[in-house]
Ligand binder design. Structure first.
Ligand code: FUB
Length: 354
C-alpha cells in the first residue's frame, strides 16, 4: 500500500499541475488568437484599412446549408457577404448587415467564396467568386458608396477572369486583380486558355511538371474590367526553377494575397492539402516571386486562408480556423500580430498548442 502511494504521488502532483495551466483552465487559451465574432461564422478574411483609419474585414460568410462534404468543397455553400469592422485590433467588432446576397447577382448560381475589396475615388468595389448557372466559377464585381455596402452587382462576371479567390493590390496608382485556386476552385480547367471541364478536378496529376500558376491582371480605370490579358505568375524555388506540381508543401493551391513592404512585393498563398500559409517575394506586382517560407502552420480545419495588413505601424495576419464549431465548413476569422525579420522574412506563427 505504501509503495502504491509512492508511485501515485508524483502522478497526482503532475495532474494537479496540469490542471493549473492556462489551457486546462480555459480551453481557448491554447489558441494564438480568439474569434473576432461568434454570432456568425466567418472565413477567408480580407482586411483593409480605408481612409477613415478603421479596419474593415471582407470575409466569406459560412453557413450550414446541409450540403454533404466532398473534395471539391461543395459543402462551402455560402449565399451572401457580411462585412466586419473595428477601430483597432482588440476593439469591439461590428457585424454589418448583408452587403451582397446571391439573389441579387444575376449571373450567380451558388457558392459565394472568398471576396476582396478595393477603394477608388469615393467608391468601394467588392470582388467575389461564385459558380455561374453552368457551375463554372467566375469572378464578379459589385459597387457601393459605403465600405460596408449594400453593394450593387454588375450584371455579368468580369470577362477574362475565372476560378476563385480574387485579391486586389493597390500599388503605383494602379490596381491589380489576382485569382486562382486548384481542385474545387477549377483553375486547372483553364490551363489551355479556355474552360475545359475534361481537365478534371485535381491538379492535373503532373508532379514533375511546373505547378499550375495563379493569375494576375491590371484592372481598368473604372475598376469593372481587366485592362490587359491575364498573366501567369511564376513562383520559383531558391535556384530560380518553377515550383513543381509534386512540391505540395510549397506550390500554389489557392488564397492569393499580395502586399508591399519596404519596396518588396509579397505573394502569399495557401498550399491546400498540406495546410500551410506560405510566401514568396519579388520586385514587381507580376512576379516572378521566389519562395521564402511559411507564415502559419496548419490551423484546425481543412482550409487555411488569410490576409496581411498594417494598422498604426503594426502588421497583422487575419486568418481563420474552426475553433468554435469544430466543423471544416463553419469557420471563424481571427487576427494576430505578424513580425518581420531584418531581411524582410516573415516569422512563422503556430496557431494552436496541441
Ligand atoms: O471559403 C471557401 C474556400 O475555402 C475559399 O475560397 C478557399 O480559399 C478556402 O478557404
Amino acid at each position: 500500500m505504501r509503495n502504491l502511494a509512492l508511485v501515485l504521488a508524483p502522478i497526482l502532483a503532475l495532474g494537479a499541475l496540469a490542471a493549473c495551466t492556462p489551457a486546462a483552465q480555459d480551453p481557448a487559451a491554447r489558441y494564438l488568437a480568439q474569434p473576432l465574432v461568434s454570432e456568425i461564422y466567418t472565413a477567408d478574411p480580407s482586411a483593409h484599412v480605408w481612409e477613415d483609419g478603421r479596419i474593415y474585414i471582407y470575409p466569406s460568410h459560412d453557413i450550414d446549408a446541409g450540403v454533404p462534404e466532398d473534395d471539391l468543397g461543395s459543402h462551402f455553400a455560402m449565399r451572401d457577404y457580411r462585412v466586419l469592422s473595428m477601430d483597432r485590433v482588440g476593439a469591439p467588432v461590428t457585424i454589418h448587415d448583408v452587403a451582397l446576397d446571391i439573389a441579387n447577382v444575376p449571373w450567380a448560381g451558388r457558392q459565394m467564396w472568398t471576396p476582396d475589396a478595393a477603394y477608388k475615388n469615393g467608391t468601394y468595389y467588392l470582388y467575389f467568386p461564385a459558380k455561374d448557372k453552368d457551375d463554372i466559377f467566375r469572378i464578379g464585381v459589385a459597387t457601393s458608396a459605403s465600405p460596408t455596402g449594400p453593394f450593387t452587382a454588375q450584371p455579368e462576371p468580369i470577362a477574362g477572369a475565372f476560378s476563385i479567390d480574387p485579391a486586389v493590390l493597390a500599388a503605383n496608382g494602379e490596381y491589380y486583380l489576382y485569382w486562382g485556386g486548384i481542385w474545387g476552385g477549377q483553375l486547372q480547367r483553364w490551363e489551355s486558355g479556355a474552360y475545359d471541364a475534361a481537365a478534371g478536378d485535381s491538379d492535373l496529376g503532373q508532379p514533375d511538371a511546373p505547378a499550375i500558376q495563379p493569375r494576375v491582371a491590371r484592372l481598368s480605370a473604372d475598376m469593372l474590367s481587366l485592362a490587359e490579358e491575364p498573366r501567369r505568375i511564376a513562383i520559383l524555388d531558391e535556384n530560380g526553377a518553377p515550383l513543381l506540381g509534386g512540391d505540395i508543401e510549397r506550390r500554389f493551391f489557392e488564397g492569393a494575397w499580395v502586399f508591399q513592404r519596404n519596396g518588396v512585393y509579397y505573394f502569399t498563398y495557401s498550399t491546400g492539402e498540406t495546410h500551410y500559409l506560405v510566401y514568396a517575394t519579388g520586385d514587381n506586382p507580376y512576379g516572378p516571386f521566389t519562395y521564402r517560407g511559411r507564415i502559419l502552420e496548419p490551423v484546425e480545419g481543412w482550409t487555411t486562408h488569410h490576409s496581411i495588413f498594417e494598422h498604426e505601424g503594426q502588421w497583422y495576419l487575419a486568418y481563420h480556423d474552426t475553433q468554435i464549431s469544430g466543423q471544416t465548413h463553419l469557420r471563424n476569422a481571427k487576427i494576430t500580430p505578424l513580425s518581420f525579420g531584418e531581411d524582410g522574412s516573415i516569422q512563422t506563427l503556430t496557431p494552436q498548442r496541441d
